[in-house]
Design a protein around this ligand. Structure first.
Ligand code: ATP
Ligand code: MG
Length: 314
């Protein structure tokens, strides 16, 4: 439903977006991840016709954003970076204005506004001027204007930035509820959000796509993939470490950040859980907990995006 084709943008000597291509299908929620300045917002601006690319284009529901901008723009809703809106309008006026330019009149406009106000919880600020809203409410107004025409493609630049934990949770629920009939892209800095709502993630840095996969696939690249966490009594640590040293596929043993457990890292993602469980039973380790990690997205993100990182694109 959304196809990004070889987008490229320079700002003077800076290459902000460097030959970025990907597609998003119905039912997908794509998480767009990357450090500050990676080129996420610039890619979204070009995909939505907000900024002209130097090369490449975007095709939305079959409409090329350069050749058929109106048809393309009818097919998506966009929350731009920073959730811009007219500050001296009230929420009510702004949503009516947006409904109007989206082509809705009379009862249909009212019904759509009522529905969206309910959906993103704007009732309590409905008659308030946008410039007087808190950051989270302003962001919700931005999401409301993006969704008012129920578009098949939804492009949201940091939709949960500034929202409190309850609102973040609700926004994720809204995205999950829309997901089956739409193609959705969100940019975010919250890796737990990617695990919670995204079916796929693209990691971008310095304008280039460096990784593309499901959150599980990306997490599986972590050195913590298949690592075993053992809750132990501190007094037992030396003998447990000694017992573990006999196992072949162990790369390292770390103390967990909370200090209450050992993290046993496998060599090359090997499955070590069964061997460790057997050892624990045979040697009577008296462990209080045993779990296997699927991998840590934050560590993968750092490894891929750190300056000088040479992990190749996949
Ligand atoms: N209009 C512009 N003129 C000059 N440079 C720009 C312009 N817009 C963006 N840039 C630069 O392009 C690069 C990519 O910026 P972009 O806003 O796309 O990053 P981002 O991935 O969205 O970052 P963030 O996570 O901070 O939102 C940055 O170095 C930015 O300073
Ligand atoms: Mg941005």
């Amino acid at each position: 439903m959304l196809e990004i084709r070889n987008l490229h943008k320079n700002f003077g000597p800076l290459v902000a977006v460097d030959d970025v291509s990907f597609t998003v299908a119905r039912g997908e929620v794509l998480g767009f991840l990357g450090p500050n300045g990676a080129g996420k917002s610039t890619t979204m601006k070009m995909a939505t016709g907000f900024l002209a690319p130097d090369r490449g284009t975007a095709v939305i529901c079959g409409h090329d954003i350069a050749d058929a901008p109106l048809a393309a723009k009818r097919s998506f809703g966009y929350l731009p970076e920073g959730a811009p809106a007219y500050p001296d309008m009230t929420v009510a006026d702004f949503l009516r204005f947006v409904a109007h330019i989206r082509g809705f009149r009379g009862e249909e406009a009212t019904a759509r506004i009522n529905h969206i106000v309910e959906l993103v919880h704007l009732n309590e600020v409905y008659e308030q001027r946008i410039e007087t809203l808190s950051k989270g409410f302003r962001r919700r107004v931005g999401v409301a204007q993006a969704l008012i025409h129920d578009p098949p493609v939804v492009i949201l630049d940091e939709p949960t930035d500034g929202l409190d934990p309850n609102q973040k949770y609700e926004m994720r629920g809204i995205l999950a509820a829309m997901r089956s009939e739409k193609a959705i892209i969100i940019s975010t800095h919250l890796l737990e959000e990617v695990e919670a709502v995204c079916s796929r993630a693209i990691i971008i840095a310095r304008g280039r796509i460096l990784a593309d996969g499901t959150p599980g696939e990306l997490a599986a690249r972590s050195r913590y993939h298949n690592a075993v966490r053992l809750e132990i009594e501190p007094a037992n640590e030396p003998r447990i470490r000694a017992d573990l040293a006999a196992l072949a596929d162990i790369a390292a043993i770390e103390t967990a950040d909370d200090g209450r457990a050992l993290i046993v890292l496998p060599r090359e993602h090997a499955s070590i859980a069964a061997d460790i469980a057997e050892l624990a039973e045979g040697r009577d380790w008296r462990i209080g907990g045993f779990s296997v990690e699927r991998g840590r997205l934050d560590e993968v993100f750092r490894a891929i995006t750190a300056p000088g990182s040479d992990i190749a694109a996949s």
